[in-house]
Design a binder for this molecule. Structure first.
Ligand code: PLP
Length: 426
């Protein structure tokens, strides 16, 4: 088979030439002594400047009903602000609470409250269960995993599909194992792969039978209004669907303005069924006399209404969409005609997921680090920091300025070419 053999040699030669080119490019990259950071899924200073108006509170520090917001009280949060976010988070305003600045804090507290006192429908406190397990769609958000690790919750990975978590796997696991008490969901523009849950996925999550009577969906809608495409994604209303299916208390909804106004000084939200909200407040009333309502008022005066929120997010998109496009353009130019990597083109959210050949992600990240380009550690997108296939790299394009981003992504592509061609040749 002279032809076949001939082709094989040619392919190998081509790969070797590619590797040698990548080696040279990598040496040049290291010689530049860069210091760039692609780890930070946070707004750039330009984005934060969009909300500078927040710092000037116009008008008296009073709520619409005349309450003096400088004083104690108002545990549920400012009604006007809850009304603004009701539509985006798909929670009736009466069942939506406005709290401090961090939704992660609320997710943490939800777990701790469930550990220490029975959630509605529970036979006992989670702390009294022999084992608690959460389903973790992968790739996912490392801080969700951090909460589980902190409280000894077993994490069970479930594969993501373009429609959300693999629902056959989810339904099987929750039906057979009463230790499975929860699932982490980022239903819109998921972190990191930008998946939008399909209506069918949401319906199945709302309707499925669970062995645990106190199963909870942690619905972290962190990117509810963070659109990049012209057509905003819509997801089905999980609270309503759960109630329709006889599981009204199944869902805890979380969200925040961290990537809308100020990441360190925004407002976080908790929404759920009336019974869950009462349960939640019975705990938070012991912890605080009320949230920072002046900051909440600033948000009301700045955003004004749901329309104002949409307009504000359009300004964010105008700043960050070019950065996502730039990453896509560079990856296409550097890797597009190779089969060494694939990547997402999300319609919203904060991340691009770069998928490299199996067994290469850790080494790509290490090589990038040695060249002065910091990336999120490989494996961070999986429970216990361990991705058996070792192929997922999370890119956070929002923070660097375009010139830095260009250099960093070009450098990253060089690392991918080097590591992946080496792997193929060995
Ligand atoms: N949830 C997801 C999915 C996130 O990606 C992030 C931040 O990156 C957060 C929550 C953090 O939210 P917060 O700033 O409200 O604590």
């Amino acid at each position: 088979r002279p032809d076949g053999e001939g082709n094989l040699v040619t392919a190998n030669e081509e790969l070797t030439a590619q590797r040698d080119r990548a080696r040279k490019d990598y040496e040049a990259l290291v010689a530049r002594g860069l210091k760039l950071d692609l780890t930070r899924g946070k707004p750039s200073p330009d984005q934060l400047d969009l909300a500078l108006g927040l710092l000037e509170l116009q008008g008296p520090p009073t709520a619409a009903d005349g309450t003096d917001l400088r004083n104690y009280g108002g545990l549920n949060g400012l009604p006007e602000l809850r009304a603004i976010f009701s539509e985006a988070l798909q929670v009736p305003a009466g069942q939506l609470l406005a709290a401090g600045n961090s939704s992660l804090e609320l997710m943490h507290d939800a777990v701790v409250f469930a550990m220490l006192s029975k959630v509605p429908g529970a036979d006992r406190r989670w702390a009294d269960e022999p084992e608690i397990a959460f389903l973790c769609p992968v790739p996912g958000y490392d801080r969700h995993y951090g909460i589980c690790e902190r409280y000894g919750i077993t994490m069970i990975p479930v594969a993501m599909t373009p429609d959300g978590p693999d629902m056959d796997a989810v339904e099987g696991l929750v039906a057979e194992n009463p230790a499975v008490k929860g699932i982490w969901c980022v239903p819109k523009y998921s972190n990191p792969d930008g998946v939008v849950y399909s209506d069918e996925t949401v319906r199945r999550l709302a309707a499925m039978e669970t062995a645990a009577p106190d199963f909870r969906i942690f619905w972290d809608n962190a990117y509810a209004v963070h659109h990049l495409a012209d057509e905003p994604a819509e997801i089905a209303d999980i609270l309503a669907l759960a109630a329709e299916n006889g599981h009204a208390d199944r869902v805890f909804v979380f969200g925040s303005t961290s990537k809308i106004t100020f990441a360190g000084a925004g407002v976080a939200f908790f929404g759920s069924s009336p019974a869950n909200v009462t349960w939640w407040l019975s705990h938070t009333v012991k912890r605080s006399i009320g949230p920072d309502k002046i900051n909440q008022l600033r948000h009301v005066r700045f955003l004004k209404d749901a329309e104002g929120l949409r307009d504000h997010m359009a300004q964010h998109a105008a700043v960050i969409r070019p950065k996502f496009d730039l990453v896509d353009k560079i990856l296409t130019a550097e890797l597009g005609d190779s089969d060494l990597a694939s990547w997402t083109s999300p319609a919203g959210g904060y991340f691009i997921t770069l998928t490299v050949p199996e067994g290469c992600a850790k080494e790509v990240v290490a090589k990038a680090k040695a060249a002065g380009i910091a990336l999120t550690p490989a494996g961070a997108t999986h429970p216990y920091g361990d991705e058996p296939a070792d192929r997922t790299i999370r890119i956070a394009p929002t923070y660097p300025d375009p010139a830095e981003l260009q250099t960093a992504i070009t450098g990253l592509a060089t690392c991918v070419r080097l590591v992946a061609t080496n792997k193929r040749l060995n």
